[in-house]
Design a protein around this ligand. Structure first.
Ligand code: SAM
Length: 267
């Protein structure tokens, strides 16, 4: 008889919707589903449902194809700022940040100093915001992302932009890694991780204990555009999380997104 774990995993790795997700994420979702359903068919359905809740709404395949098509048109003479803006506009979450990107990074570096080694956790399309980050020369940029199509696109862009660093295909819940960074961006990501696995937000922040500055942001409007007390809810969450990892919390004066910096409390 076929091994149920192999059966469920094969169902996910051959699915056109989920085969781009890091293998460790498919394995952990398989184990989660099999802990709840004995029959492999039921477990596969539950695993797909779980992945759909976490990833179904983020970026549609059409937008990803458009990202790669735009990158195909780029060459040495391309205006990369313009190309990046067209790519960021493809998704509502990054499009919504575009008007505030410059103010966000200006306020951030004014607060903590410009980074030398920047880690972008669950980066999504954020590598295409590089031009707004105004990183100092020689600063390395490392992006972690679960979707191989986004990783591939980010790496293509980093080469075009001549930016030292790389994007890495990984599931930060199973393996947050040990990346040498002075600043970690965790932008609009903790609610997604928590949805994938309860407790994952705290685990990730603990795993970043060697990083002096952790920048955590949250959306203040739902994807439908409604404000539903999200700022207050997320401010409560990050206040609790920062206390749990003994870090101080600073809220940056940025409109349109709740942006916070978590630093080690002075001894
Ligand atoms: C809401 S988006 C935010 C993207 C980016 N940080 C930003 O603010 O523009 C969440 C991103 O996290 C990625 N992601 C979700 N779970 C992940 C995981 N377990 N490991 C790595 N990346 C993950 C998703 O694929 C998506 O690109």
């Amino acid at each position: 008889m076929a091994d149920p774990r192999e059966t469920v995993l094969a169902g996910l790795t051959t699915s056109s919707k989920y085969r781009h997700l890091a293998p460790a994420a498919l394995e952990r979702t398989t184990d989660w589903a099999l802990a709840r359903h004995r029959k492999p068919g039921d477990a596969l359905k539950a695993a797909k449902r779980k992945l759909h809740q976490g990833f179904g709404a983020y970026l549609d395949p059409g937008a990803l194809e458009a990202v790669h098509r735009l990158l195909d048109t780029a060459d040495d003479t391309s205006n990369l700022g313009d190309l990046a803006a067209r790519i960021l506009a493809l998704h509502r979450s990054s499009a919504e940040r575009m008007p505030l990107m410059d103010a966000l990074y200006t306020a951030l570096w004014a607060e903590i100093g410009a980074p030398e080694r920047l880690l972008d956790v669950a980066a999504g399309l954020n590598p295409f915001a590089l031009h707004a980050m105004h990183l100092p020369p020689g600063c390395t940029y490392t992006a972690l992302e679960i979707d191989s199509r986004l990783v591939e696109a980010a790496n293509r862009f980093l080469v075009l932009a001549n930016q030292p660093g790389k994007a890495i295909w990984t599931d930060v819940i199973s393996d947050p890694g040990n990346h040498d960074a002075d600043v970690a961006l965790v932008l609009k990501t903790l609610p997604c991780l928590e949805q994938e696995q309860s407790g994952a937000a705290l685990d990730l922040l603990k795993a970043l204990s060697d990083v002096p500055n952790i920048v955590v942001s949250y959306p203040v409007r739902s994807l439908g555009g409604r404000e539903k007390g999200m700022r207050e809810t997320y401010l409560d969450q990050i206040t609790t999380l920062s206390a749990q990892i003994s870090r101080t919390l600073t809220v940056l004066p940025v409109e349109g997104e709740l942006v916070t910096v978590l630093r080690h409390a002075a001894l």
